[in-house]
Structure formats: structure tokens, C-alpha cells
Unconditional design. Sequence first.
Length: 316
Amino acid sequence: MENNISFARLVKEEIALNEYYSIPRLKAILSAYIKISSSVTFKNKKTGILIRSENAKIAKFFYENINKLYNVKAHIEYEKKSKLNRCTTYLVTLDDAEDILSDLNVSFLEGKIPHEIVYDDDTISGYLAGAFLASGSINSPKTSNYHLEIALSFENYAKWLSKLFAKYKNSNIEPKIIKRRDKYVIYFKKGDQISSFLVMIGAVNSAMEFEDARMSRDLINNSNRLVNIDTANMSKIVKTGSRQKKEILVIDKRLGINNLKNVKAIKLARLRLENESASLDDLASLLSEEMDTPITKSNINHLFRYMHEVYLKVSK
């Protein structure tokens, strides 16, 4: 970890750079972030939203996904507060957002979390990821003072958000709430709970770094925690493989695998059907052997993105 980049920033950027094939999870992220960290605008009798972030990657994440999900044209720009303060704020604006706010069930008056948006483990973890992106912070794992928190403006909403942790399957996280000045802060300090939370919200690499730092600092055997992360990684591989297989079967039924325009994609599709739980590295090795030419993991990723685009077209 670079000394000049906070661990909290690394966690948030990992969340923002993840690929989200689950639309319900993505909507849950957007719903939480907009509720916590955006403001409403009114122009020409239209309700708009203004999203602020001091992180360019987070701003880009919301700009791209709002445009993609709702086929609208959000705007992104930036501003600097002063010459002395080099901090740049990125602004994502949408002048007409009433339908989006309705679809995401965002209410700035109610504290309840909408069941239409948050109803299972996938959407719970997405909503918590959005909340952390909006107002979360975490201490560096190199310190002995483990601490993760999400600061909110309203007590009722903080209580509802804290209840989500218990609803997540096999959750070991027991957050507490304190009032700090004008904020209600959800927090927990146990290292294993922080690690579990990072895995839950999709920051698996950050969780691995967190655990590695804990091992180095505490000189203890953290094998059980690493197993949890390895299990999460394996679960992620299996889940991805299953999704890709289902998409390939749809392509085969409606278009025919042999009609894909890329020879590598055709062979990769058949390899995925035969090896549902294989990792991208495994598939790269198998395809390299079959094609008798080196195939990289990056190339495998590119081919699957191509097949996903084909799937979206033929499944309409």
C-alpha cells in the first residue's frame, strides 16, 4: 500500500472498479449512495440530483452506471475550492431524475430502507457497499486500532442500516451506534468483523491486504480468516463461471456458438461449458494449449466481455 494513499480510499476504489453483472446489486449501491451523499436540485420544474465526490474513480463509477442503467445523459465536471486547497471535487449532475429516484426508491424524508431495493444477501451487500462509498472510513490495518465506520445524518436511518448486518446470511458483524457531533455513526472495531465486511461488500483484495497486515503486525496464526477469504474468492469464481455458462447456453440456443465472430471466443465458450468452476487462469492455460499460442488472463477477460455483449443483444 502506498503511504500517501489511505486504506479507505483503496477500499472504495476497489468497489468502484468492480464489474457488476447483477443489476439489483448495482441499483442497491446507487440507492444508498444517492440517499446519503447527494443533494436534490430544482430547475425548470424538474427534480434533479447532484452527486459529489473527491475521488475521480467513484464519480466515474456513478456517471457511467447511471447513464448505462437509465439511458440518460448525466453530466460530470469538477471544481477546486481554492489555490491553497488542492482538493478537487467531482460533480455528477442529472437535471431530470424523478423517474430514477422513484426506481431506486430513494426518499430523503423517510429513514426506512426500501424492501423493493434490499431483499437478499446480494442487495444487502450492495446497499452496504453504497453506504460505505458515500460516508464510510476505515483505519489502516497497520495500526493496532482497528476501526470501521459509516457516518449518517439521521438516527432512524442509522438504526435501519445497522439492522442489515444481522439480515446477511452467516454475518458475524455486530455494529454499534454512537452520536458524534451532528452525525450518527455505525461502527465496529473487531478485526475479523472488518475483514468479513470487506469481503461482504466486494473488496476482497482489500480484505486480503487487511489480513496480511494483521498477520505481520500481530504475529499470530490467521489461517481461519484466510480460509474465509479463499472461500470467498472460490465462491466468486464459481458464481462467475455459473453466470458465464448460463449466458453461453442462451447464446448457443438463440444464435449458435459457432456463429460467434471470434474463433477464440468459440473455443473459450466450449471450454467454459466443460469447466464451469475453472478460474480465468485455468481457462487461459487450457485455451493456450488448444490454440497452441500464449493466451493471457486479460485476453480471457476480453473474450468473456465480448460474449456478455452478445448475450445482452440476443436475450432482448
